[in-house]
Design a protein around this ligand. Structure first.
Ligand code: CP
Ligand code: NVA
Length: 309
């Protein structure tokens, strides 16, 4: 049994195995309908319990389809219906019940400590479906999408991030260190990665640079990533922050400084950080990116269950 909480803590060989499995599973599905089960139904009879303390469309749907396609099923709990959220039950007791009734637990949380606490008391795998500090299932899936489109290992590509220093970027930084790819981060100087992330970068062999000029950031890029300037539960002066980011808006002009075949990725939902003309252009691969989460999360589930081929 394995947990999937933060890319930083997962050996790159395991991440590579997940990507390889996802590729062969995606290829072998052929024309199967969305709810049809993969050959061998490797997670037949298994129940994934999901809980979202923050909104979600893609993560919710993609985990639902992922476990279904592996022959299992999912149950989504509403936090406001549990005793836990009202202080009427501890994480310890909740975790013990989840472990007896389910086979894996996917949590989207507004507090990283909860992932640690649950992990301590669960005897089933826990998957981080987004926390304030990271979004590992998203970024592993994005590595898959990039390699699928570019038909190259990500270590041979230049990745640019234009946007806030948030959970998604933190996972992209971890991925850059694990898979050894070049990552240029462009953000206003007021919104650099946290001290903790900067020291993680420093402590590891890395190909990461941070600057405050969007044009510099995207020169020679194969991929430009972005995310909302204001994340869920971001307790900031929103008008001030949006103003700081105005010159980092991704438009056709900015895209023209990257490589000609540069693609645009965004985990979604989007805000004002990208122009409609870029978002809806042929360079934008956001729909493929979103759908690939099903394929990669299937292999993440199999990894957690110790059933990767
Ligand atoms: N990208 C992503 O995690 O989307 P949701 O918030 O809709 O799950
Ligand atoms: N950074 C965003 C990602 C949403 C999928 C947020 O945390 O709201």
């Amino acid at each position: 049994m394995k947990h999937f909480i933060d890319l930083k803590d997962i050996p790159v060989n395991d991440l590579r195995k997940i990507l390889k499995d996802a590729k062969s599973r995606k290829n072998s599905r052929g024309k199967l309908n969305i709810l049809e089960v993969d050959n061998g139904a490797p997670l037949k009879g298994k129940l994934l319990v999901q809980m979202f303390e923050k909104s979600s469309l893609r993560t919710r749907l993609s985990f639902y389809l992922a476990i279904k396609q592996l022959g299992g099923s999912t149950l989504t709990l509403r936090p406001d219906e549990l005793h836990l959220s009202k202080g009427g039950e501890s994480i310890e007791d909740t975790a013990k019940i989840l472990s007896n009734f389910g086979n894996a637990f996917m949590l989207r949380t507004d507090n990283d400590k909860k992932l640690k606490e649950f992990k301590k008391y669960l005897s089933i795998p826990i998957i981080n479906g987004l926390s304030p500090s990271s979004h590992p299932t998203q970024i592993l899936s994005d590595v898959f999408t990039i390699e699928e489109i570019k038909k190259k290992l990500i270590s041979k590509l230049n990745i640019a991030w234009i946007g806030d220093s948030n959970n998604v970027l933190n996972s992209l930084i971890a991925a850059s260190i694990k898979f050894s790819f070049k990552l240029n981060i462009g953000c206003p100087k007021e919104y650099k990665p946290s001290k903790e992330i900067l020291s993680y970068i420093k402590k590891n062999k890395n190909k990461i640079s941070i600057n405050h000029d969007p044009k510099e950031t995207v020169l020679g890029a194969d991929v430009i990533f972005s995310d909302k300037v204001i994340s869920m539960n971001d307790k900031v002066n929103k008008i001030k922050k949006l103003n700081h980011f105005k010159r980092f808006r991704i438009n056709k002009k900015l895209m023209s400084f990257a490589k000609r075949d540069c693609i645009f990725l965004h985990c979604l939902p989007r805000g004002s950080e990208v122009d409609e003309k870029v978002f809806l252009s042929n360079q934008s691969k956001v729909w493929q990116q979103a759908l690939n989460r099903v394929h990669v999360q299937k292999s993440i589930l199999l990894y957690c269950f110790g059933k990767l081929r």
